[in-house]
Design a protein around this ligand. Structure first.
Ligand code: Z5A
Length: 211
């Protein structure tokens, strides 16, 4: 008998520090996987195209202020509003996602007075990634890739706290990858990992995050 879980797509999340190359690598993966004829789609969080996403974008761009708890819930709501994409996974499409709930927790809990458990709460029950590919880069190597931008969280001390928080969020579905290599070398390494994850996910049920 066929079940809903046969040949589903994989949910693959990229996390990492500023300038680690998440966006560059996600884009390259989508192109090369599509060339191979695999059904793969990209997503990114925050998704700035929705009404909630536009509020987040204004907040990050410092054109408006939103209370810290409230903005945390908006980042989470922005993931929930995309959670119907679970249907794509079930129908065999792999999703490559640039940032997810781990960023939500790592960034908010870098602020004063935020407890990690509180931060996780609103994202509990989202689709759980089959793999979290965590790209690491030393601050020195990151600096060589350009200066921080002008957005709200792009400051050295804050980013340092965020990295420490990511360390606390690691689970067994995480793969830590040294991103201090050329775009092409990193891409080759990531292609192999992504193919393995897609194979392994095919007949496993999709789980729920932090349940
Ligand atoms: N945030 C949050 O608070 N809560 C949440 O729930 C979520 C997010 C989901 C916006 O995210 C902010 O929202 C972010 C977290 C917070 N704040 N910060 N910081 P975003 O995803 O829109 O923006 P970002 O993550 O800061 O984007 P980023 O700068 O795109 O980083 P990246 O994707 O890791 O890097 P990149 O764009 O691919 O590359 C950066 C530069 O390095 C670029 O010039 C490349 O050409 C270069 N590069 C890339 N790879 C290499 C290699 N291998 N060698 C040399 N140079 C390279």
């Amino acid at each position: 008998t066929r079940t809903m879980t046969t040949n589903r797509g994989a949910l693959i999340v990229f996390e990492g520090c500023d300038h680690s190359g998440k966006t560059t690598q996600c884009n390259k993966l989508i192109s090369s996987m599509n060339e191979k004829g695999l059904s793969v789609k990209s997503m990114r969080f925050p998704d700035r195209t929705t009404t909630i996403g536009q509020m987040i974008s204004s907040y990050l761009g410092n054109t408006c202020e939103i209370e810290d708890h409230a903005v945390h819930l908006l980042f989470s709501a922005n993931r929930w509003e995309m959670s119907e994409h679970e249907k794509l996974l079930q129908s065999g499409t792999t999703l490559i996602v640039d940032r997810y709930a781990y960023s939500g927790v790592a960034f908010t809990s870098a602020k004063q007075g935020f407890d990690m458990q509180w931060c996780k709460q609103p994202d509990i029950g989202l689709p759980k990634p089959d793999a979290v590919i965590y790209l690491t880069l030393s601050p020195e190597a990151a600096e060589k890739r350009g200066t921080f931008g002008k957005e709200r969280y792009e400051k050295k001390e804050f980013q340092q706290k965020v990295s420490e928080n990511f360390e606390k969020l690691k689970e067994d579905n995480w793969k830590v990858i040294d991103a201090d290599k050329s775009v092409d070398d990193l891409h080759t390494e990531l292609c192999d990992i992504v193919c393995e994850v897609i194979d392994a996910a095919q007949d496993k049920p999709l789980e729920q995050l932090w349940v």
